[in-house]
Ligand binder design. Structure first.
Ligand SMILES: NC(=O)C1=CN([C@@H]2O[C@H](COP(=O)(O)OP(=O)(O)OC[C@H]3O[C@@H](n4cnc5c(N)ncnc54)[C@H](O)[C@@H]3O)[C@@H](O)[C@H]2O)C=CC1
Ligand SMILES: CC(=O)[C@H](N)C(=O)O
Length: 361
């Protein structure tokens, strides 16, 4: 307990955080959760510590400088307060991100450092990952980042009674899964290391929930489209890059076949659903050709060439074409706000004004 309090003081001073409820809850944590899945007897059974809902949770977003993290931090800071949401990554943040709230360096592979940081947080939102195409190019790195870190995060979250959210993906399905539509529960035999690590994460999270009472949640996202961050090496990233290239040069080279249908979602819809449990969620689906035609209604001079990348194409051909999110829609009323026309209008507004700003500077 003593060492946890000392660490949390360091964290508090590093982050410049007001004490809020951190020390209070830390005491509860250190009394209530004196076990670790790295230490427990195999027949033990535990439940996580529960907290008063009136307390503001502290949130740590790991891998937070990627496509999802920055937008998520903005949303959660509105809800929980600026200093209760900590972004972390191993990259240097851009100035406006650094100034927008607490940011710390954190390598998710460093278990001890992770423990130090999370001891006074209630939710650990785990956002790290490399994306599908990048992972296929470096399986060993993918294993470290998506599997070893998952074990680290599970253990830290269980040991300290944190709630844990891990985003999963359409990539958790494979060629043997029904692809049109893909339901919540069906055979999952992905052929990518990305998919294998995500199925592992889903199953480990559920196992820790049943075994140790960890409050684990997981949503399977389609390809996410956002304007304020660069694509991170995913198979669905063509649908982000096309907007940047359409606005900047009017030319785009697509690395998927024109008829490759995949489920997609605008980032704002993706961030709205974070409080729910394990479900498929989706918004729209399109092929590169359909996207190209719709963008051309706004930018008639757009030229698109197709130079299919065999790695990405093989991945896309094994992923769901239509993601069945009817359970999410009927169980808790999930409803997307952005269809294809709204997505295109919003992305062109964002990328167009960013580009004009860059050109003016
Ligand atoms: N972007 C998408 O379309 C979708 C994303 N997801 C999931 O959402 C999560 C976040 O995805 P994105 O933000 O798109 O990823 P991204 O690739 O844009 O960002 C990942 C971030 O993790 C950081 N990172 C890498 N190694 C790290 C390490 N050792 N320690 C700490 N940080 C490290 C990188 O610097 C990067 O900022 C992932 O788990 C991904 O699988 C799921 C479905 C769709
Ligand atoms: C759908 C995803 O998980 C991601 N965007 C990728 O293409 O790898």
């Amino acid at each position: 307990k003593l060492s946890i309090q000392i660490i949390s003081k360091q964290v508090k001073s590093i982050l410049g955080l007001a004490p809020v409820c951190g020390f209070q809850s830390l005491a509860v944590l250190s009394r209530g959760v004196s076990f670790s899945p790295r230490q427990v007897a195999s027949d033990a059974s535990f439940h996580s510590v529960s907290f008063s809902e009136s307390d503001h949770p502290r949130v740590l977003i790991t891998g937070g400088l990627g496509q999802l993290g920055v937008g998520l931090a903005k949303l959660l800071r509105k809800q929980f307060g600026k200093y209760n949401v900590i972004l972390s990554d191993i990259r240097k943040p851009r100035a406006h991100v650094y100034q927008s709230g607490p940011f710390i360096f954190s390598d998710i592979l460093d278990y001890k450092n992770l423990c130090e940081i999370v001891v006074n947080n209630r939710i650990l939102f785990s956002n790290f990952a490399l994306l599908s195409a990048v992972e296929e190019a470096n399986v060993s790195l993918a294993r470290d980042v998506n599997i070893t870190e998952m074990h680290n995060v599970l253990d830290v979250a269980t040991e300290h009674g944190l709630r844990l959210f891990i985003p999963s993906t359409i990539g958790a399905f494979g060629p043997m899964s029904p692809r049109n539509p893909t339901p919540d529960l069906c055979i999952q035999r992905p052929r990518t290391i990305y998919g294998v690590s995500k199925v592992h994460a889903e199953l480990m999270g559920e196992y820790y929930h049943h075994r140790y009472g960890l409050d684990f949640r997981c949503l399977r996202y389609p390809g996410i489209i956002s304007a304020d961050s660069q694509p991170g090496g995913g198979t669905t990233d063509y649908a982000v890059q096309i907007f940047h290239d359409a606005v900047k040069t009017g030319n785009f080279v697509c690395n998927l076949r024109p008829d490759t249908r995949l489920p997609m979602m605008f980032i704002d819809d993706c961030l709205r659903v974070l409080s729910m449990r394990t479900y498929n969620i989706s918004a729209m689906g399109f092929t590169p050709e359909e996207l190209e035609q719709e963008i051309r209604r706004h930018l008639p001079d757009l030229q698109v060439a197709y130079e299919t990348d065999p790695v990405r194409q093989a991945i896309a051909d094994s992923w769901p074409m239509v993601f069945d999110d009817s359970n999410a829609r009927s169980d808790w009323g999930w409803k997307h706000n952005y269809g294809l026309p709204e997505l295109i209008q919003t992305m062109l507004n964002f990328t167009g004004s960013n580009f004009r700003m860059l050109r003016a500077n």
